[in-house]
Design a protein around this ligand. Structure first.
Ligand code: CTP
Ligand code: MG
Length: 230
């Protein structure tokens, strides 16, 4: 039997990058002769598994149309939303006529340009037979404190604490319903949290530490360093 389950990538790229304090959204800042988002999308295309990569872009974004990659045949442009979760949902709705409920969707931040094919394949190969899906994550090396104001009120059991990365991989139908059910809920900061709210227990797959999210100015030289090492 031929398995017709497709893989889609959805890339939220409609943020303004407030913490980056730059003159443009961080996904358009230069990084080794390309913009951040060009690296991110090239890496998803290179994996050669996605039927299409759906990019959620702010409707007022003047930068996106100037990039050649915005015209790539495997890249679709959907309108972005108010919060990250709204952008992801918009991307999912954009392919509603082509995607089947059982298709897999990998949601990946535009601001994570150091993603490797190795991590994409690890996530897919680990979860492809899973009932729910899951996310790339990293364990925490530092001791973690519960802090109120500036006072420590306890130490967390680190063995149960993981940092959520992207891609996050879920079935199209399940993910879309979970995000629709959670619309407007500010606690939904990633896809897994929407599924958790529905009572599911997504899996974690240990990812590479170089898959950083560009958030603050110091992250750009760090991303460049990781790229040179890869
Ligand atoms: N994002 C989005 N739509 C939004 C907000 C964020 O598509 N309304 C995207 C960002 O473009 C980014 C990813 O979600 O690729 C992760 O979000 P974050 O790192 O928080 O980016 P920004 O929201 O742009 O940054 P900041 O929070 O510092 O403003
Ligand atoms: Mg943000």
């Amino acid at each position: 039997m031929i398995d017709s389950t497709k893989f889609w990538a959805v890339v939220p790229a409609a943020g303004v990058g407030k913490r980056m304090q730059a003159d443009r959204p961080k996904q358009y800042l230069p990084l080794a002769n390309q913009t951040v988002i060009e690296h991110t999308l090239s890496r998803l295309l290179q994996a050669d598994v996605f039927t299409a990569v759906v990019v959620a872009i702010s409707v007022e974004d003047p930068y996106w149309p100037t990039l050649a990659i915005s015209k790539h045949t495997n890249i679709l442009t959907a309108p972005g939303g108010k919060e990250r979760a709204d952008s992801v949902l918009s991307g999912l709705r954009f392919i509603r006529d082509q995607a089947a409920d059982d298709d897999w969707v990998l949601v990946h931040d535009a601001a994570r340009p150091c993603l490797t094919t190795e991590d994409i394949n690890l996530l897919i190969n680990t979860l492809v037979d899973d009932a729910v899906g899951g996310i790339l994550a990293l364990s925490s090396h530092d001791t973690l404190k519960n802090v109120q104001g500036t006072s420590i009120h306890g130490t967390l059991d680190r063995s149960h604490i993981w940092r959520a990365l992207t891609p996050q991989m879920f079935r199209y139908g399940m993910l879309k319903s979970a995000l629709e059910a959670a619309e407007g809920n500010p606690a939904i900061t990633d896809e897994a949290s929407a599924l958790e709210l529905q009572g599911y227990q997504p899996k974690i797959v240990e990812g590479r530490p170089d898959n950083i999210k560009i958030t603050r100015p110091e992250d750009l030289p760090l991303a460049l360093f990781y790229m040179e090492q890869q």
